[in-house]
Design a protein around this ligand. Structure first.
Ligand code: UGA
Length: 433
């Protein structure tokens, strides 16, 4: 099927490449001409495993192309995916200005063409938007009888985006219009998973609810980790024991430095704000956000139980991105931890396989290293901030030789506690006895 994907950011580009891999004829549209040229040359400009390789393969096969011309994309396509950003505004609510600009351009393009009454097309909103937005869009387009609106939220994770797009746990198809549903079912025919066919509003709520619930699981475990630390329990074993109950499940029970990224922080605040706009208090979700924001400060307080005076000490941070296998720094725990340590009077050395240069722009006083060992050499203590493989699998005897004090603080509960202890170092995790 001929489809176009408007907005070639993280979600849009992954959507375009994965549909191309399913054999569809995809055109990716972006107003940024330099980006279009780069994508057309096979460069993604972001770090996402396999995405660049598959982009190049799909370009060679002719399954995907890129353009700045909305008209070209829209008129050629039966499905128009809108994947523009909906960043948070100062009050936490989602900024829909990019979405509205795209919708106005789609209307103008369709109105100007002779075939507006003949070709059935569906506008598919993948951008995360407040509940009710898709219905409002449907009302705005009600006068164009062959243009349908559907909400089709995405559930891909950075670092495994292509895999998640091609092997989803479910596909949510939110639309009241059978014509839109028929196009979407044809489009996703090759993907073997459950379809949730529902209303547009339900689809929007499923997206927010899913992210908010996952964020809640993490904050819950971080709260329980604080108590475990105080009582001498080990949160990893607690999580294992809890997760075996199928009603709880083993995923997203990982205590640590808190969640980051472009989605959980943004979507939890957007949902709380949506509640406030409709007179519904959401104290649980507010606490989820607060626990997350406080987690790096709680972690520093834990560090001070072992190294009471951080002033004059050098602390080595391993990993800076918000999670491994991505170069995304949005809401990364590292960006909260660095100022907290600097405020304590500590100096900071750091290593990340992809983010050193961008963090240097924000914190020029941090010493950046080319390897984890270099960051740790001469430091008083080390902190695992992001569980990159190269930061997790270390030779701890070598680490011991370089560290001044014997402390390793595991901000992701991902290091091998036994190997650390055997190397003569002290292991301190998040909520671990
Ligand atoms: C998240 C969701 O997992 C996706 O389903 C969703 O599509 C996406 O947001 C989105 O809305 O676009 P993502 O932000 O890429 O995906 O990353 P996650 O793997 O969910 O991790 C988010 C944060 O939670 C990371 O900082 C991670 O370190 C943290 N985390 C995750 C924990 O602290 N503990 C855990 O047990 C799991």
């Amino acid at each position: 099927m001929k489809i176009c994907v408007i907005g070639t950011g993280y979600v849009g580009l992954t959507t375009a490449v994965s549909f191309a891999m399913m054999g569809h004829d995809v055109i990716g549209i972006d107003i940024d001409q330099a980006k279009v040229a780069r994508l057309q040359a096979g460069e993604t400009g972001i770090y996402e495993p396999n995405l660049e390789d598959e982009l190049q393969k799909m370009l060679a096969l002719g399954n995907v192309s890129f353009s700045s011309s909305l008209e070209e994309g829209i008129l050629a396509s039966k499905a128009i995916f809108v994947c523009v950003g909906t960043p948070p505004q100062a009050d936490g609510s989602a900024d829909l200005s990019a979405l509205h600009q795209v919708l106005a351009a789609i209307r103008e393009t369709v109105e100007q063409t002779a075939d507006k009454a003949q070709t059935a097309r569906v506008i598919v909103i993948k951008s995360t938007v407040p509940v009710g937005t898709n219905d409002r869009i449907a009302r705005l387009f009600a006068d164009l009888p062959n243009l349908f609106i559907a909400s089709n939220p995405e559930f891909l994770r950075e670092g495994s985006a292509l895999h998640d797009s091609l092997h989803p746990a479910r596909i949510v198809l939110g639309t009241e219009e059978p014509q839109a549903l028929a196009i979407l079912e044809e489009l996703y025919a090759s993907i073997d998973c459950v379809r949730v066919k529902t209303t547009r509003a339900n689809a929007e709520m499923i997206k927010y609810g899913s992210n908010a619930f996952l964020a809640t699981k993490i904050s819950f475990m971080n709260e329980l980790a604080r108590l475990s630390a105080a009582l001498g329990a080990d949160i990893r074993e607690v999580a294992h024991g809890m997760g075996l109950d199928p009603r709880i499940g083993p995923y997203f029970l990982g205590a640590g430095l808190g969640y980051g990224g472009s989605c959980f922080p943004k979507d939890t605040s957007a949902l709380t704000e949506l509640g406030a706009q409709h007179g519904v208090q959401m104290p649980l979700l507010q606490q989820v956000q607060q626990i997350n924001e406080q987690q790096p400060a709680w972690f520093v307080a834990q560090m001070k139980r072992h190294v009471p005076v951080l002033a004059g000490r050098r602390i080595a941070l391993l990993g800076l991105s918000f999670k491994p296998k991505t170069d995304d720094l949005r809401e990364a725990a590292s960006l909260r931890l660095i100022p907290l340590l600097l405020q304590e009077g500590a100096s900071v050395s750091a290593y990340d396989p992809l983010c050193n240069e961008r963090v240097r722009q924000l914190f020029p006083d941090v010493q950046f290293a080319d390897t984890p060992y270099q960051a740790l050499a001469g430091a008083d203590a080390g902190v695992l901030v992001t569980e990159w493989e190269q930061c997790v699998n270390l030779d701890f005897a070598q680490v011991r030789a370089g560290l001044k004090l014997p402390f390793l603080f595991d901000g992701r509960n991902a290091w091998n506690k036994q190997a650390i202890t055997e190397a003569g170092l002290r292991y301190i995790g998040v909520g671990r006895s």
